[in-house]
Design a protein around this ligand. Structure first.
Ligand SMILES: NC(=O)N[C@@H](CC(=O)O)C(=O)O
Ligand SMILES: [Zn+2]
Ligand SMILES: [Zn+2]
Length: 346
């Protein structure tokens, strides 16, 4: 029996493409299925200015194979020296769709992030004025806060105060991993959305640690207890337009993952749409996948839903995803959900 689900062409509202040889190898994995993606600016050095974002956009378009259509939606990396006028100009030209806040030291390549929020007040006020969203990696970095509590503590200590002191600022809580995150979004007035990754709908913290350490399941924010995964699944499958897909597909080479100090990030670009069809079917919510992957994100960002479509077909034969993709920098392991998947994206 074959079952088919056709949805508007999806977008990825949180994606790492990196640069150079890695960019060339991973970009087709996303562009095969997704029409647009919010491109994370945490390169080394980071994408801070409008000019840097324009140059990075050109490198992405140059790496796109002939015949593939894909629109990179650029972001700026917020630093304590970011110039509000540069941000406003990059937004006015249509180049930049969001500004990204990394608390200093919170995740991969976040050393140039923000420590003192008073220093970015002017930028945040300008963004509220012009309607440019702030995408937030929501974790505190205090050494005395348990890594599993860092998202919940961030909401109380940083996010809520920043939102209260900058009325009108539109915020996306990126890659939420907790029931606390889900509840905070639900309890807030307009102007707050959240992205949810594919892998956080599939793994909890046991998957990382039980039976041996699994470096390819390690990402930040780290996967939490099962109750949190269930809250994320319920939110994604609810149809609530404030929740939308941001895969956070974050390629690192195998040597950098399988190391005594392994990098954080799961690479899901290759199989995300198949995995989501599997998850939404399990939730009895296949009719909500179009909202989550194709409609809610454009609505938040004020962009049109794609006029193209993607079809997902379920068959009796499990899909054989590649275990790794080869890149000029070395192999990158594709996220393995640990179960057979029967949905093919075409
Ligand atoms: N999610 C991750 O674990 N890693 C991301 C950074 C991020 O999104 O926090 C990366 O750039 O590798
Ligand atoms: Zn992040
Ligand atoms: Zn990310």
């Amino acid at each position: 029996m074959t079952e088919t689900l056709t949805i508007p062409r999806p977008d990825d509202w949180h994606l790492h493409l990196r640069d150079g040889a890695m960019l060339e190898a991973v970009l087709p994995e996303t562009a095969r299925h997704f029409g647009r993606a919010i491109i994370m600016p945490n390169l080394v050095p980071p994408v801070v200015t409008g000019a840097q974002a324009a140059a990075y956009r050109e490198r992405i378009l140059a790496a796109l194979p002939d015949g593939m259509a894909f629109e990179p939606l650029m972001t700026l990396y917020l630093t304590e020296d970011t110039d509000p006028a540069d941000v406003a100009a990059a937004h006015a030209s249509g180049l930049v769709k969001a500004v990204k806040l990394y608390p200093a030291g919170a995740t991969t390549n976040s050393a140039s992030g923000v420590s003192d929020f008073n220093k970015v007040r002017g930028v945040l006020e300008k963004m509220a004025e012009i309607g440019l969203p702030l995408c937030v990696h929501g974790e505190v970095t205090d050494a005395d806060i348990d890594i599993f509590d860092r998202e919940a503590v961030f909401i109380d200590r940083v996010l809520d105060p920043v939102r209260k002191s900058t009325p009108g600022l539109r915020v996306v809580m990126e890659h939420i991993t907790t029931k606390n995150g889900v509840d905070y979004v639900k309890s807030s007035a307009a102007g707050l959305g959240a992205t949810i990754t594919t892998h956080h709908l599939i793994i909890n913290r046991n998957h990382i640690l039980v039976g041996g350490i699994k470096p390819h399941y390690y990402c930040l924010p780290v996967a939490k207890r099962e109750e949190h995964r269930l809250a994320l699944r319920a939110a994604a499958a609810s149809g609530d337009a404030r929740f939308f897909l941001g895969t956070d597909s974050a390629p690192h080479t195998d040597p950098n993952k399988e190391s005594a100090c392994g990098c954080a990030g799961c690479f899901t670009a290759t199989n995300t749409m198949s995995l989501l069809a599997h998850v939404f079917e399990e939730e009895g919510a296949l009719d909500k996948l179009a909202g989550f992957a194709s409609e809610n994100g454009p609505a938040f960002y004020g962009l049109p839903v794609s006029s193209e479509t993607l079809s997902l077909r379920k068959s009796g034969t499990a899909v054989d995803f590649p275990e790794k993709i080869e890149t000029g920098d070395g192999p990158v392991t594709v996220f393995d959900p640990g179960f057979a998947v029967h949905w093919r994206a075409e």
